[in-house]
Design a protein around this ligand. Sequence first.
Ligand SMILES: Cc1cc2nc3c(=O)[nH]c(=O)nc-3n(C[C@H](O)[C@H](O)[C@H](O)COP(=O)(O)OP(=O)(O)OC[C@H]3O[C@@H](n4cnc5c(N)ncnc54)[C@H](O)[C@@H]3O)c2cc1C
Length: 503
Amino acid sequence: MFGEIYDVIVVGGGHAGAEATAAAANMGSKTLIVTMNLQTIGQMSCNPAMGGIAKGQIVREIDALGGYSGIITDKSAIQFKMLNKSKGSAMWSPRAQSDRMRFAEEWRLALERTPNVDFYQEMVTGLLIEKNKVVGVKTSLGIEIKSKSVVLTNGTFLNGLIHIGEKQFGGGRAGEKAATGITEQLVDLGFDSGRMKTGTPPRVDGRSLDYSKMIPQPGDDKPEKFSYLNTPILQKQRDCHMTHTSKMVHDLLREGFDRSPMFNGRIKSIGPRYCPSIEDKINRFSDKDSHQMFIEPEGWDTVEVYVNGFSTSLPEDVQFKALRSVKGFEKVKFFRPGYAIEYDYFPPTQLKHTLETKLIDNLYFAGQINGTTGYEEAASQGLMAGINAHLKINESEAFTLQRDEAYIGVLIDDLITKGTEEPYRMFTSRAEYRTLLRQDNADLRLTPKGYEIGLAKEDRLRRMKDKQTKSQALVAFFKDTSVLPRTNESHFARNRLVANITI
Ligand SMILES: Cc1cc2nc3c(=O)[nH]c(=O)nc-3n(C[C@H](O)[C@H](O)[C@H](O)COP(=O)(O)OP(=O)(O)OC[C@H]3O[C@@H](n4cnc5c(N)ncnc54)[C@H](O)[C@@H]3O)c2cc1C
């Protein structure tokens, strides 16, 4: 089945895997993406949204370098907001709600349209190693596929264990199998591994909600977009809504605490501090009688709704009873309960700046496997791993970004020099050059670099140069033009008006 030797094999079709595949293939590498389910390429495991504070900057940086995440987001967005508008424009951050199904479909189609990409659906259970160098992968059917390099992007799937109340079962995501074999082999090869956890809220039927009791959260009046290319701007948008928990909801949730895997010691690993579960919030902030909940549609047409702010691994009956006490949720019907998941990760201090492992040549790790959380963090690592896998096998100079050049540079530098004890999420506060690393100048910062390594195309560079020329002309105009007050008609008019009023 696989007679040829691939340049790059990417294991996994999440955000990291999809970007790694696109980058390596667009640069000219014959690339195979092997993933457990080809239907779930680009799947958003948790909230249907891209961007946000610091994360929006990362999506723009991926786009500026020639990655796909910004384009896919623009094509599948249902609402756009520029966050942080109350602060100076250097802090503005784009965020879009996405149509979850369309997002995944657009990713799949984008990869199908990319030359040099082959697809194969199966679980990779091991790596082929020769003299400390990876030379391919082995699948659960025992098939060996040869390659010059391998990028592992296994996400939350490595020995994934799902928790709902007292029930626990193996899985990489609800309804999907856990991946086995890889952790065990890597540990045998001398890698350190650890366990982390994350969680997700229930999804519900939007037809069972009473939106008249909630506060609408519309998108921006003048929506923008992520990609610097010619992608569409939203002509219409879908509203999100806001509601709140109450003391009664908290009391109902507390009734299930003795069956909570978070509190009875069954979940031992550390979760993302800034995406706490509702039980965690009630426990840690016991003086608060109410927490915000954002009700986010999962797409243009679907009735499924994401209940942001209500992530939980409490028993499903407790989740359901408590949710029915939330304003607007009195008749709620569940699509699926919330759950928590524990999974293996590899402390990222075992990587070089290129995301190649220090122990095994030509083996790269990207995404949640490195202890990060979030689609944007994963996608940017995938992009960098795909680029470097291609460059290394072509004996070209490695491509890295410095902390003053990109949030992506900050992310990778933090990971490989400091490691992380808890799921790593990007914040503006992590970047000491944050006022320079703006969402609106990612193209000026990075497109020439993306072009130089052969990833960003001619059209992208031309658009960036055009923008640069226009903004330089504007700056020059202001530098060269001075207006004397007495030659200014409106100044005189205003003075006459003031004089008249005074008289
Ligand atoms: C329940 C849950 C809740 C989450 N909550 C949040 C949150 O609140 N905030 C946040 O920012 N992020 C959250 N995330 C994390 C977010 O989904 C990830 O950060 C992001 O998807 C990671 O991207 P990735 O590409 O690294 O991995 P994933 O998106 O997990 O993709 C992994 C891919 O690899 C494939 N795969 C795995 N092992 C193998 C194998 N051996 N062989 C073949 N294919 C394989 C899978 O099929 C999948 O396609 C959550 C994830 C889950 C599952």
